[in-house]
Design a protein around this ligand. Structure first.
Ligand code: NAD
Length: 424
């Protein structure tokens, strides 16, 4: 553990470690698939001696992934993938008690955030693990001397995968990446049920609003947007969707939601959630007409979905109302309430996704790291999916842990499905 031991980490307060350990243990109880992988990793040490730098939300679920990778033999260092999502007690416990030096302090400024990304890169990673592609982007633009060390990397979220595919397309990507986000056992569940529940959780913790009866506008009806819509509807909201993709918009209509332009929705919405992976989805032209008292927040990866500079320009004053709520007063007296500085509201104001769903996402991460070590030589500098057999294995293990039985194809059925002559 030479390199990892030399690294010290940078956390808010190591004295928080005891509370962090209990939090990590609590999450572990909800992560049976990762537990099984960890047991095997302890025996087989498939990552033995590999230097791994991870840039992920520093939460109790991530801690269990980092411990699994460490138990697989990797020398792991961790930095935050978002300045507001860090659980300081978890970062302290990882650094003090689990030999996973962590560089993450909740509320760190931009300069510290990137200094922490830099510190994680000082580990000279052979594997990178990203959530949003900040680590790989920094490595490929500012730390190119590290490229020859790298065997491969993994990416956790939609926005990161989009960035990495763009890099692969123009030849900037210099090593293979596995798109964990694209595994079915990741985005079907994490993006939909995880983001769905935890986004509502973040809004509730920040505002304590009664959702029933409110007009709840969701920009983007992708995997995350569907999840948020489903849960907002369950709480009795009048859900309105805005979209740019006609197929997704049609799906929202047939799922029973009202669909309209953001220009129209801005005038009537009480709560707005952007979850598109795009920029300026709520922008100056919407703030011109936005309903007085509107609560606005973002659950997409970057804090550019709400054009905060435009909101600042259009406002005459601002003041903190409660933790995670900033009140902006517009020139005509209307007020707009921004949650969590426009950063991922589920991580800024709540705790991110529940452990039971991160169990599958992080099982994909652990198995993808192992796969990369075994197969990287045959891979190009491209973005690859998680192999289907791993995806299915994770679904099977999760079902087993839930005590759910499924049927098996009979040989006769297999033959029927594989044959074009049958069915006539
Ligand atoms: N909050 C979290 O914890 C969390 C978890 C997973 C993913 N994410 C992030 O959430 C974002 C969305 O992820 P996803 O998996 O749902 O992606 P997705 O591609 O399935 O869906 C995004 C949707 O937004 C729509 N869209 C794009 N621009 C728009 C605009 N201007 N107005 C309205 N709709 C627009 C697209 O047409 C698409 O249907 C990404 O940034 C992703 O990284 C966040």
């Amino acid at each position: 553990m030479a390199t990892a031991e030399r690294m010290k980490g940078d956390v808010k307060d190591l004295a928080l470690a005891e509370a962090g350990k209990r939090k990590i243990e609590w999450a572990n109880q909800q992560m049976p698939v990762l537990q099984l992988i960890r047991k095997r990793f302890i025996k087989e040490k498939p990552l033995k001696g590999v230097r791994l730098s991870a840039c992920l939300h520093v939460t109790s679920e991530t801690a269990n992934l980092a411990i699994t990778l460490r138990d697989g033999g990797a020398e792991v260092v961790l930095c935050a993938s978002n300045p507001l999502s860090t659980q300081d007690e978890v970062a302290a416990a990882l650094t003090r008690d689990f030999n996973v030096p962590s560089y993450a302090i909740k509320g760190e400024d931009n300069a510290t955030y990137y200094a922490h990304v830099g510190a994680a890169l000082d580990h000279k990673p052979q594997l990178t693990m990203d959530d949003g592609a900040d680590l790989v982007t920094t490595l490929l633009t500012k730390r190119t001397e590290l490229v020859p060390n790298v065997i491969g990397g993994t990416e956790e979220t939609t926005t990161g995968v989009i960035r990495l595919r763009a890099m692969a397309a123009d030849g900037t990507l210099k090593y293979p990446i596995i798109a964990v986000n694209d595994a079915q056992t990741k985005h079907f569940f994490d993006n939909r049920y995880g983001t769905g529940q935890s986004t509502i959780d973040g809004i509730l913790r920040a505002t304590n609003l009664l959702i029933a009866g409110l007009r709840f506008v969701i920009a983007g009806y992708g995997w995350c947007g569907r999840g948020v819509a489903m849960r907002a509807k369950g709480l009795g909201a009048d859900v309105i969707i805005t979209e740019v993709n006609p197929v997704r918009a049609l799906e929202a209509v047939m799922d029973g939601f009202r669909v309209m332009s953001m220009t129209e929705a801005a005038k009537i919405g009480d709560i707005f959630v952007t979850v598109t992976g795009n920029k300026s989805v709520l922008a100056a032209e919407h703030f011109e007409h936005i309903k007085d008292g509107a609560v606005i927040c973002n659950s997409g990866h970057f804090n550019v979905e709400i054009d905060i500079p435009a909101l600042e320009r259009l406002s005459i004053s601002k003041r903190p109302m409660r933790p995670m709520i900033e009140e902006y007063q517009l020139k005509d007296g209307r007020k707009v309430y921004l949650l969590g500085e426009g950063r991922l509201v589920n991580l800024a104001a709540a705790e991110g996704h529940p452990a039971a769903v991160m169990d599958m996402s992080f099982a994909n991460q652990a198995l993808a790291a192992e796969y990369l070590l075994q197969h990287a030589k045959g891979l190009k500098n491209q973005v690859y999916p998680v192999p289907e057999h791993l995806d299915r294995q994770i679904a099977k293990l999760k079902l087993e842990s839930m005590g759910v039985q499924v049927d098996k194809l009979t040989p006769d059925q297999e033959h029927y499905l594989a044959s074009w002559q049958e069915g006539t």
